[in-house]
Design a protein around this ligand. Structure first.
Ligand code: ADP
Ligand code: TRP
Length: 319
């Protein structure tokens, strides 16, 4: 089973990225043949600052290696080190109906937020389809906001196979229900574009400030509270063991337990979980040659796999 995912280097990673995409990908690396890449071509649709793109790309590499990506199990690489993906993007574009791209929410949302409607932003899902199909991926772990892009990928693959013969495997998204949408401190979907994130590697002071900002209702301290509608609990349960979760539910329903207490408990679970990753990240940041070597070795393996599919696709269309 081949598992593949990618993430754009377009800002600091947060708990939504971690639970929605990083952790499922890292867990799946034990179950199959895993590919993970840093989607720097995709980031170029919105980031036009070379120093920032390089820095963000390096930060994503450090974040993943610190959080448990094992380069012996996962082929980890920069998207731009496999330029074959662009040739496949062109071949796929020739079977992609305009209407399919015009319906994409992600494109419409970005335009609504004032991002310039350039061609790359519009064609983004075709490059994403090429990313997935070129490695003959079976499973793609992503958050729910990427589900439509997976549907587009499947449509393009089916259309290509139909017109030119069986070249691509049809991939399945992997979206665990409990982490499909991680809420931000304001209760909306956590996203760097909404300024509501809890970042993975902020300073302890910044993390505390973000957690203290989580919006709660005005139920008085002594009254029972409903965990099902509480943003603090929604985040707490992502970290908690079964017992911790049951204990917190009992605290909520028992009364005399305030949101401030719950926030402290969340902060302490966050710190416990990320402290080892933070130490590992510092170690890696002092050993950038190692990080570069991992990415280059990953790219060499990824290119070898990509060129097999590309050759098949070229032959199928008559090139
Ligand atoms: P952002 O919304 O901060 O720009 P991205 O769109 O770069 O995040 O998302 C990268 C990956 O993380 C995608 O697979 C996405 O589905 C997942 N992800 C991002 N935010 C969340 C969230 N709040 N809940 C679940 N998954 C998320
Ligand atoms: N579009 C994805 C995001 O914004 C990143 C991405 C690019 C991706 N190519 C991919 C994810 C292929 C999974 C598979 O998060």
């Amino acid at each position: 089973m081949r598992i593949l995912s990618g993430i754009q280097p377009s800002g600091k990673l947060h708990l939504g990225n971690y639970f929605g995409m990083m952790r499922p990908s890292l867990e799946l690396q034990k179950k199959g043949d895993a590919f993970l890449f840093i989607a720097n071509y995709h980031a170029l649709t919105t980031v036009h600052n070379s120093a920032q793109l390089r820095q963000d790309t390096l930060d994503v590499a450090l974040d993943f290696l610190a959080c448990g990506l094992d380069p012996r199990r996962t082929i980890f690489f920069r998207q731009s080190d496999v330029p074959e993906v662009h040739e496949l993007t062109w071949l796929l574009s020739t079977v992609t109906p305009m209407g399919l791209l015009e319906r994409c929410h992600s494109y419409k949302d970005k335009i609504a937020r004032g991002i310039a409607a350039n061609h790359a932003l519009f064609a983004y899902p075709v490059l994403m389809a090429a990313d997935i199909l070129i490695y003959q991926s079976d499973i793609v772990p992503v958050g729910r906001d990427q589900k439509q892009h997976l549907e587009v990928t499947r449509d393009i693959a089916l259309k290509f196979n139909n017109e030119f013969g069986e070249v691509f495997k049809i991939p399945e998204p992997f979206i665990p229900e409990e982490v499909a949408v991680v809420p931000g401190v304001d209760g909306q979907k956590m996203s760097k574009s909404y300024g509501n994130t809890i970042d993975l590697f902020a300073t302890p002071k910044e993390t505390k400030a973000s957690i203290m900002r989580i919006v709660t209702d005005s139920t008085p301290l002594e009254e029972p509270k409903n965990p099902a509608t509480c943003n603090v609990f929604a985040l707490y349960k992502l970290f908690a063991s079964e017992e911790q979760r049951a204990g917190m539910e009992a605290n909520y329903s028992g009364g005399n337990y305030g949101y401030g207490h719950a926030k402290k408990a969340l902060l302490s679970l966050f710190s416990e979980s990320f402290e080892p990753f933070r130490a590992k990240r510092e170690e890696l940041a002092n050993n950038l040659d190692y990080v570069e070597e991992v990415l280059q070795q990953g790219a060499a393996k990824a290119r070898a796999a990509a060129s097999v599919t590309l050759d098949k696709a070229r032959a199928a269309v008559g090139l």
